[in-house]
Design a protein around this ligand. Structure first.
Ligand SMILES: [Zn+2]
Length: 360
């Protein structure tokens, strides 16, 4: 920790030479410096600064951000600036993201979290601290004002039960930082004038109100709430009924579909089940955050599921889960594969097979 402080201060000090007015006032607190730092690679480039809102008060937000290594800096309600991940390393703050055709925005960006909400003004102390930190980072990485963007502007969603295409509008995080009036308070004179990925038809717009805030004149503080809004994992779509659930009730961890993208705040829940490619499984509450971040590609994630029991000669599936034993949303873990209840060969369910059932 001491080692970090010295390194960090020297980095800040060297930046002061070119941005003396900006960073003279910035005091950086290292009490939430993340244990994930040692696992993170260095970035080879920095072409975006991504601004977030935690959607939670600082007490809980800082602990989680530090534990998971989810941003470089966090600014609390009183305007205190915390260092979470070394600014030269990769922080996991963007999730599934794309800007101008480039995916995995974490690999080329700095992320700042502000403890607050996408549709509520920040405190003046927070605004002032954010302004100074933005100036420092813009100077350090030679960023233009239009390279400072809210998270919602670069996040995108994969097809889901609401939206059949890759789409912008996965979340509204940091939405207020697109408003010209807020940007003026942060010393930002311009913003992106259009969504390059929507323009190139890589993405469609799933949240028209968000698009109006990002590129039009709508206020983040009065924008209509989307219907069917589930903040973490599902895209809001105005005016559409969700189609039927997809045929598989689980998602698989891959390059741009990490545990935190899939499970959001339920990442360490006792009703989130992780099934490793080798057939082992655990609930989110049984794993450390470090173990969850290291889950191999191919790990399946079931949300809102519990293990109802394990098949034995005394306990056949019907005794374990009643009428749910034949349901398409019930899964049998057979040789590392998840077989839905309506497709399982009931003559061939070996003893020791776990059965996962959806809650509710
Ligand atoms: Zn965010």
């Amino acid at each position: 920790m001491l080692h970090f402080n010295i390194k960090h201060l020297s980095l800040a000090a060297s930046v002061c030479l070119v941005a003396s007015s900006a960073c003279a006032a910035i005091k950086i607190n290292s009490s939430y410096y993340s244990p994930r730092n040692k696992e993170r690679d260095k970035r080879s480039e920095t072409t975006l600064l991504v601004l977030h809102t935690t959607e939670a008060p600082s007490g809980s937000a800082l602990r989680k951000l530090s534990e998971m290594g989810e941003c470089h800096y966090c600014i609390d309600e009183a305007g205190r600036v915390y260092s979470i991940i070394d600014p030269r390393r990769i922080a996991f703050h963007s999730g599934r993201s794309m800007w101008n055709g480039k995916q995995e925005v974490d690999n080329f960006s700095i992320g700042i979290e502000t403890c607050g909400y996408h549709n509520k003004p920040l405190s003046s102390a927070q605004t002032q601290a954010l302004k100074e930190l933005i100036e420092l980072i813009k100077t350090t990485y030679k960023l233009t004002d239009a390279q400072v963007v809210p998270h919602s502007q670069i996040a995108y969603g994969a097809p889901n039960k609401w939206q059949p295409k890759n789409h912008r509008g996965r979340k509204r995080c940091g939405m207020q930082f697109a408003m010209p009036s807020i940007r003026a308070k942060l010393g930002l004179k311009s913003r992106p004038t259009r969504d390059p990925d929507v323009a190139a038809r890589r993405l469609v717009i799933a949240d028209p109100a968000l698009a109006e805030v990002l590129y039009g004149k709508m206020s983040a503080f009065t924008a209509p709430q989307p219907q069917d809004y589930e903040p973490k994992s599902i895209s809001p779509v105005i005016g559409k009924k969700p189609p039927a659930r997809p045929s598989t009730g689980y998602q698989t961890i891959g390059v741009s579909n990490r545990a935190q993208d899939i499970a959001g705040t339920a990442i360490r829940s006792s009703t989130t089940l992780y099934v490793y490619p080798d057939g082992r499984y655990a609930t989110g509450s049984q794993l450390t955050s470090g173990a969850i971040l290291k889950l191999p590609y191919g790990t399946k994630v079931l949300l809102d599921y519990t293990c109802a029991g394990t098949v034995s000669s005394q306990r056949p599936p019907l005794l374990i889960c009643g009428s749910k034993w034949r349901s398409p949303t019930t899964y049998y873990l057979l040789n590392g594969a998840l077989i839905p209840g309506n497709m399982v060969n009931d003559g061939k369910i070996p003893s020791g097979t776990p059965i996962f059932i959806r809650k509710g």
